[in-house]
Design a protein around this ligand. Structure first.
Ligand SMILES: Nc1nc2c(c(=O)[nH]1)N[C@H]1C(S)=C(S)[C@@H](COP(=O)(O)O)O[C@H]1N2
Ligand SMILES: [Mo]
Length: 219
């Protein structure tokens, strides 16, 4: 770019910084309420943990729970809780952002990183999307990339305790980078597919991606 305005050298750094903020759609660092900067646009903080789902809470004996990782993968695999426990444990503290505008900060999750699970089943090159299914029949869809995010996991514990039934125990998906409707409770299967297929809420007007920082609430 040669014919833009002349920017004096002492201003160059500031222009660069402002450009980065615009790219990230962020408020300038150091301004405003520090907590507000942890909240995506339109969200407010809650301290309790609301239960939100379609109403049926599957009553799964932890001994009988199974997770099938299937579809376009080299090694389709069915995991029991004991199988998951054989994978190196993963712990992360992350925020929950629900599309209904509440956020719950600093949730300490434990389970298995989805990255580690994926490394075992080895998705084929054409496996670009996943369909997640819960034992209640709920479905949601994701680009497979989100399961490579360093904080995505199959959670079996929350704050050091086994995940309760109403929050999706014995195991649920947690993808902190997306609105919470993508985090399937009572997870039953992860199916790798070539083409995107809408899940329960996505078919009812929710955004296909659901990035809270881009406020992708409705499609
Ligand atoms: N299996 C299943 N997973 C689900 C849902 C559901 O109805 N069934 N609801 C989703 C929605 S809309 C939200 S906001 C979160 C709520 O999780 P929580 O009840 O643990 O807060 O679960 C998501 N995962
Ligand atoms: Mo939700």
């Amino acid at each position: 770019m040669t014919d833009g305005p002349f920017i004096p050298p002492e201003r160059a750094k500031l222009v660069e910084r402002k450009t980065a903020w615009a790219r990230e759609r962020r408020a300038p660092a150091g301004r405003g309420d520090p907590m507000a900067r942890r909240l995506p646009p339109g969200q407010h903080r809650v301290r309790d943990w609301p239960v939100l789902d379609l109403g049926a809470h599957p009553n799964l004996n932890p001994k009988d729970w199974r997770l099938s990782v299937e579809g376009l993968v080299a090694t389709p695999t069915v995991y029991s809780l004991a199988d998951l426990a054989a994978i190196p444990p993963f712990e992360v503290t992350a925020d929950i952002h629900c599309v209904t505008a509440w956020s719950r900060l600093d949730n300490r999750w434990r389970g298995v990183a989805t990255r580690d699970l994926i490394a075992e089943v080895r998705p084929l090159d054409e496996a670009r999307f996943v369909i997640l299914k819960g034992y209640d029949g709920y479905t949601t869809n994701l680009s497979a990339d989100w399961l490579h995010e360093p904080d995505s996991l199959i959670a079996t514990h929350w704050e050091g305790k086994p995940l309760t039934r109403e929050h999706g125990g014995p195991a649920r998906l947690v993808v902190p980078a997306l609105y919470f409707w993508k985090s399937a409770k009572w997870i039953r299967s992860i199916r790798f597919v070539a083409r995107d297929v809408k899940g329960f809420w996505e078919a009812r007007g929710y955004h296909d991606v659901g990035d809270p920082w881009k406020e992708q609430r409705y499609g």
